[in-house]
Design a protein around this ligand. Structure first.
Ligand code: ME8
Length: 523
């Protein structure tokens, strides 16, 4: 097994069904996980649902149900979304699981033992929608002059007894973390957080007494009920440890902590880069290596919301356009880290231009000609020309570009490099014109088709983390065994010689990237 690599998504609030933003994050994380696996890493990928807090309690009350029942029902929709989008997670965590209560209480005890928790009275603004505390100076005025959080959500004045975490103690250590390590990405988010922390940190209220839907604050002397539940973010962030078995000293924990990357949206960067590392430092645990705050995806340039009536069900979207179309679209269209926009037209245009007409067509016509003109028989060892050497170089270059860019989480650039290689192949087909060689120089035709077989297989393996289902259907038709689909298999021709020696024959191919029509009714 290779080097460990631990990636997590945010855990979503299951106070409703998943939306397109949840799908976007899950897809991006899954592509990273599959890419790292293909590169030979021993990957652990965790996602899940964040089930405590006032937001869940209120939603359940509005619906006339219990928060536990609401969480169970909605959590199942998040799992269904993962299934529908081919999200290959290792752990799906629910924060209501008993093991998570144990982990959160242990983290609490360690912070307390370090002298970082004290009881006081909290007076200030709280946004239930954001599950966040805000200072007066951060608030903005709404249209009617009402106070709103910087995210535009309503805030309430809250007064209650609360435990506080000595966040102020960690200011210098946090600044050091941001300035000496690649801890926050992209750069714009790092600068935003650095300014916030340099502006001074106040201690953080970390428990609530006005409701009980949360993890109980442990009493210092044992099991007595303190009447406090943890602030939902204390428990939510701990999920990243729970999934590895914390506080047990498991082999998973030893191997995978600290996490390599927490992939989250831009609205929750502060929780992950200020509170979370401070909690971990207090508890004597290592901090994650990186937090990446991706942008938001917008529906035709607009934020989806119930009041605008433009909320899209990601499962319906995948059913309409295809899972892999959607996965490819988001990674190709959105510069990772920035906001992006989607529309049915943009999805169809991108899928047709790149997946159907460029790569799909290349694969389909190459396999078809091998089937028709060579009875599907593979022939290694045919003479190579300068044009062939150039083609191999262009493909190797495109794949190297994809790998370097994906490693830096620049997916759109990586896919662009891959497309350049696909274009080089299509140009090669047009120039070599194997259909004309069939009569004039049959041996050269065979050599050209064998070159195409080899490069299609390499391009397929390279893009497999993004569109795994389609690529597996293609590689099945090419006789590439399931174990030979990682990047270690790229770049030599021995596989091809042994596949030919095994007597493998190409059958009549079935296209894996069909051309899409814009449906009359779009999700
Ligand atoms: O924030 N585009 O949960 P959540 C892209 N429970 N990403 C989006 C998005 C959009 N339009 N809208 C939301 C929470 N997201 C907490 C997390 S982690 C310990 C606790 C992203 O259900 C959002 O930024 O509101 C977050 O990363 C994820 O979806 C879950 O959001």
């Amino acid at each position: 097994m290779g080097e460990p690599y631990y990636i997590t998504t945010a855990i979503s609030y299951p106070n409703g069904k998943p939306h397109i933003g949840h799908a976007y994050e899950a897809i991006a994380a899954d592509v990273i996980a599959r890419f790292k696996k293909a590169e030979g890493f021993d990957v652990r990928f965790q996602t899940g649902t964040d089930e405590h807090g006032l937001k869940m309690a209120q939603k359940a009350r509005d619906l006339g149900t219990t928060p536990a029942d609401l969480a169970t029902e909605m959590s199942s929709h998040f799992k269904a979304m993962c299934d529908a989008l081919d999200i290959d997670y290792d752990v799906f965590i629910r924060t209501t699981e008993p093991r998570h209560h144990v982990a959160s209480q242990e983290l609490w005890r360690r912070m307390e033992a370090n002298g970082d928790l004290y009881l006081d009275r909290y007076e200030g603004w709280y946004s239930i929608r954001d599950e966040a505390y805000y200072d007066e100076g951060e608030l903005v005025a709404g249209e009617g002059g009402e106070k709103l959080s910087p995210q535009g959500t309503p805030v309430e004045w809250t007064v209650e007894e609360s435990w506080f975490f000595r966040l102020s103690r960690y200011q210098d250590k946090l600044v050091e973390l941001y300035t000496t390590a690649d801890f926050i990405r992209p750069e714009s988010r790092k600068n935003e957080i650095l300014r916030f922390v340099e502006g001074g940190l106040r201690d953080l209220s970390v428990s609530r007494t006005s409701f009980d839907w949360g993890i109980k604050v442990p009493a210092s002397n044992g099991s007595e009920d303190t009447g406090h539940v943890m602030y939902v973010w204390v428990d939510a962030l701990t999920n990243y440890l729970t999934g590895l078995g914390f506080p047990e000293e498991t082999s998973e924990f030893a191997k995978f902590w600290p996490a390599d990357v927490h992939l989250i949206g831009k609205d929750i960067v502060r929780f992950h880069t200020v509170y979370w590392p401070a909690f971990l430092m207090s508890a004597g645990l290592a901090v994650p290596k990186q937090v990446f705050g991706h942008g938001f995806v917008l529906n035709r340039g607009q934020k989806e919301s119930k009041s605008l009536g433009n909320v899209t069900d990601p499962i319906a979207l995948a059913e309409t356009f295809g899972i892999d179309t959607l996965r490819y679209f988001f990674l190709r269209e959105v510069a990772f880290g920035q906001d992006g926009s989607w529309s049915p037209e943009a999805i169809v245009t991108r899928a047709n231009a790149e997946l159907a007409n460029s790569f799909g067509n290349l694969a389909q016509r190459s396999l078809s000609m091998i089937f028709k003109n060579m009875d599907g028989v593979l022939k290694p060892g045919l003479p190579q020309t300068e044009a062939d050497a150039q083609l191999l170089a262009a493909v190797a270059d495109g794949i190297a570009g994809l790998r370097a860019s994906f490693d830096a989480l620049s997916f759109s650039e990586g896919l662009e490099a891959w497309m350049r290689a696909v274009f080089a192949c299509n140009q090669y087909v047009d120039e070599q014109a194997p259909w004309a060689l069939r009569k004039s120089d049959p041996e050269r035709m065979e050599a050209v088709l064998m070159m195409l077989f080899r490069v299609v297989r390499d391009l397929a393996i390279a893009v497999r983390p993004v569109v795994p289902g389609s690529i597996d259907r293609l590689l099945d038709q090419m006789g590439v065994s399931a174990e030979a689909r990682d990047f270690a298999a790229l770049g030599d021709s021995k596989w091809f010689e042994s596949l030919a020696a095994s007597g493998y024959k190409v059958e009549k191919p079935v296209g894996v990237f069909p051309r899409l029509e814009l449906p009359e009714e779009t999700p």
